[in-house]
Design a protein around this ligand. Structure first.
Ligand SMILES: CC(C)(COP(=O)(O)OP(=O)(O)OC[C@H]1O[C@@H](n2cnc3c(N)ncnc32)[C@H](O)[C@@H]1OP(=O)(O)O)[C@@H](O)C(=O)NCCC(=O)NCCS
Length: 219
């Protein structure tokens, strides 16, 4: 079924947060709660150079996709940018649900979290992004940060529709290529990206996550 894809705005934050919980039931962001999720999605709809789209059925969000345009001048990577924006809500989330400290994803993220606490306190003003990691491609690029489909609706082509729409929007904005990072064990997501023309970038040093790319320049 072909769904209408909507540009998300502030009034959609709650329904998109509910969808995130259904797409990523075990993720750290989901564990941080609705207030955190709404603040996180607020970043996508209020920041410059960001895109957030979603699909609704009977008024409920069943899938969404978002990311950020990288013109080569980003001061921080997407994770740090979002953590800086949602810092207060993240602290409140951890204080109100202290068991989150033991969440595997949080433990794996300690380095980036400490870096961000230092940045927030003004101790770490250094650029947090690696500029050499542009995969040799021209700017501007689109960094796909998040895509999620309600578990009940997965495998019905909704992820593909969202990827196609994000690609179309990116082309209209003159984006040269798109990139993303995905956990190596997320076979469903990797399959979805590959069937939509994304290719893996081999990095022998990182076995936990895979970077993928899609050129938007016609050969
Ligand atoms: C990844 C995701 C967005 C894809 O959305 P979707 O609506 O399921 O995507 P599509 O229906 O277009 O395609 C899904 C494909 O994965 C396949 N698939 C399903 N389970 C799979 C598995 N365990 N391993 C490999 N492929 C799988 C489906 O068969 C389908 O491929 P096909 O069309 O060749 O049959 C969705 O699965 C999701 O939200 N996952 C949870 C959140 C997530 O991991 N997001 C990505 C983070 S990087």
């Amino acid at each position: 079924m072909e769904y209408k894809i909507l540009d998300s705005n502030l009034s959609d934050l709650y329904k998109i947060s509910l969808c995130q919980k259904k797409a990523f039931p075990k993720s750290l962001f989901t564990a941080l709660g609705n207030k955190y999720l709404m603040k996180m999605f607020e970043w996508y709809v209020t920041s410059e150079h960001t895109i957030l789209i979603h699909i609704e059925e009977n008024g409920a969000c069943i899938g969404y996709c978002g990311g950020m345009i990288n013109d080569g001048n980003l001061k921080m990577g997407s994770i740090s940018t979002i953590l800086q924006y949602t810092f207060k809500e993240a602290i409140i989330g951890v204080i109100s649900k202290p068991w989150i400290i033991f969440h595997t994803a949080l433990k794996n993220s300690y380095p980036v979290i400490f870096k961000n606490i230092k940045m927030k306190l003004g101790f770490n003003k250094k650029s947090a992004i690696s500029h050499k990691n542009n995969n040799g491609k021209e700017y501007p690029q689109f960094g796909l940060i998040v895509i999620g489909v309600d578990g009940k609706y997965q495998g019905k082509g909704i992820g593909t529709q969202l990827l196609n729409k994000i690609e179309l929007i990116s082309k209209e904005k003159g984006i040269k290529s798109m990139y993303l990072s995905v956990f190596a064990n997320n076979h469903q997501a990797i399959h979805t990206y590959e069937k939509n023309g994304w290719v893996k970038i081999i990095d022998a040093h990182n076995t936990q996550s895979i970077k993928m790319n899609k050129s938007l320049i016609n050969p």
